[in-house]
Design a protein around this ligand. Sequence first.
Ligand code: SF4
Length: 797
Amino acid sequence: MEIIKAERAGFCFGVANAVEKSFEILRGRKDNTFVFSYGELIHNDHVIGRLEALGMRTVRNPEEICLLTEGHPERAVVVIRAHGVSPKVYEMLENLGCTLADATCPFVTKIHSLVREQHEKGREIIIVGDREHPEVIGTNGWCQETGIILSDEEQARQFRPENNNMLYSVVAQTTFSKKKFTKICEILKKSFDNTIFFDTICSATSLRQEETVKIASQADLMVVVGDKKSSNTRKLYDLSSEICDHVLFVEDAEELNLSQVDKYMKVGVTAGASVPDWIIGEVIGKMSEINPEVNNQEIEIAETAVPAEAAAVEASVQNTEETAAENSEQSVSESPVSEESKEAGENDSFETMLDKTLTTISSGQIVKGTINKIDNKGVYVDLGFKFEGFIAIDEFAEVPGFEPDQLNIGDEVEAMVVKVSDKDGEAILSKRRVDNKKNMLLLEQSFESKTPVTVRIKEAVNGGVVAYLGSVRIFIPASQLSERYAKDLTAFVGKSVDVIITAFEKGPKGHNRIVGSRKILLVADREEKEEAFWSQIEVGKICTGTVKSLTPFGAFVDIGGYDGLIHMSELSWNRIKHPSEVLKVGQEVEVKILDFDRKKKRISLGYRKEEDNPWFDAENLYQVGDILEVTVVRFASFGVFVNIAPGIDGLVHISQISNQRISSAADCLKIGQKVMAKIIDTNIPEKKINLSIRDVQAYDPEPKPVELDEEGNPILPERKDRPRKKDRGDRPAKGDKQRTRKDAEETYVADQASSMGTSIGDILASKLQPAIEVNAVLETETEKTEEAPAENAEPEA
Ligand code: SF4
């Protein structure tokens, strides 16, 4: 019988590391401490049994730790197995105060970092693996449990993205079947663009699988050794079964039935990652009982792999370490040191695989990475698992306006690879080159599609300014800087402006001719705003604006790019002398569009509101017969004006003051005097209220003391006041009389108008005709009597 043993059968580096670490902790543990494995350390009852014999317990949640430590979790040392766990588990254990012994396989840790990074970049994570496998559960925790888990080709075929913009990054469970993973990737590739595939199957696993396939194709019988719960061992069994007709799956030598083996000439032996060498040795040893002349080389390896008594795992680890110390080259290949050697080989292999998918870079390639260090010399960029990139600080300084403190740790940068050193894991990068390339493309696009680009003006030169996009130079002629010719070009230096590229000519060695115009954009912007403004403006529309300036005739208000005028008469219902009595510059106001002229670009605005008009509700408030307390405010030759309420004045005709005939209201009343008066007539639309004082209480003139002449005789008024006929040369002519009365009319109208906040011109225009008619009456009355106008001849305002 020939036995072909797989070289890579048994413990992989990650499992060996976890087992060794656990034995170390158990050997050094103090009496009052507890040692736990968070989940079963490996899928192998023999090894677990030995660990438990030394005091290790398996727990699956923090509650169990509290229970088993009787409320003292801080006394627990918790071993994190090779499969790794999610960040939440670390947090929970740390919160409990446990001591952590992290035996997560470094390869698994790398996948955790990868998943976290890709997730942080906004990509969806697809994990190809067994949904229930602890490694998959742990890995999913590094993308906040948002991972999509696909276990076979059918699930991959069924999978549909939420939308077409989704970006996916695919990783695999380290122990997943390489063949299956390849098929799943092919299915996904056909269905989705923008998917990155990371072949994260551990090289230990894939090499073991490849070796198994190779041996199975030669063997008459395959013996697969390992725990039935072990996923990777199960895969070895499946692969062997696909190729070889006869396959046995045994956990140890005891389970091996020699009668199932002895009829085969060539027997292949492979084992899962959780099988210690001594168990493999036992199995091979048992088979050798059938035929002692088995392949010596294979048996020799098996014998050295198994300690003399094929004892416990701990002993195995210790003994092989000792053997290693004795410098036996053969034993080194079988001891834990040999596992480390394997590890190195596997590690390289695994990294090579990752490098292929992640960080294989070459000169000229454009790469992205995150800044992890900044110093005076430059910026250090993490490019993934293996390479660190370096960008000299000069590369950034070439960008006008750049300040080194704009760089932050964690920022993403894009740069071109200039030189790669695999040995040192370093790559010299150039940001300038990649920026230059991108910026030239952007400028060319702006030139072709007339789209704006933002550039920064660095200096004023003869005839214009020089601006930069990154390190690409753009000339902007002075005539194209603004809508009006810019005299002081230095005022633009240091500013970022949007321009349209009007000329783009590439020259040799970077001597390009690129010209920009800001004016084109400014003009277009203004025209667009104008169109938008005038298309929405309409009489009666209420707008919000800002008071820009005040003048003696009104206030200018900006209502969205245009200034409208609020005329004095539209500012207030009350009489004001200057707009500052109502508004101040900078004040936000609500105005009404009264009129506009698009051609002349003039807008008339109204500010005073109808509801603030004191005459607004006068119809209801003031009715004929009402008796009010009023204040004497102004005298007129035909009566007196009294104030009824703020903004509302009424007229008491001279005949309605006293029971006597009086020549002037001032004979009976004083300015500011409060008197009771009755409303005798109203014309609210024309803002007129006539009142009578006499109807409530007549005010008669005070009797004047009789003046005496030099001889002590009373001077009769007639004698005193009336000029003699011959002295009447200055008496006004008839036309003058009319003018005098008309003046009075106009004064009254003006008074009324100002008291009502209406323009004099408007009122005069509307009232001129009735006033003239009244004039005729007045004239007649004046002819009749010179003392006072008749009651009913009161002029209209
Ligand atoms: S199979 Fe690979 S990834 Fe998994 S524990 Fe072993 S060495 Fe680590």
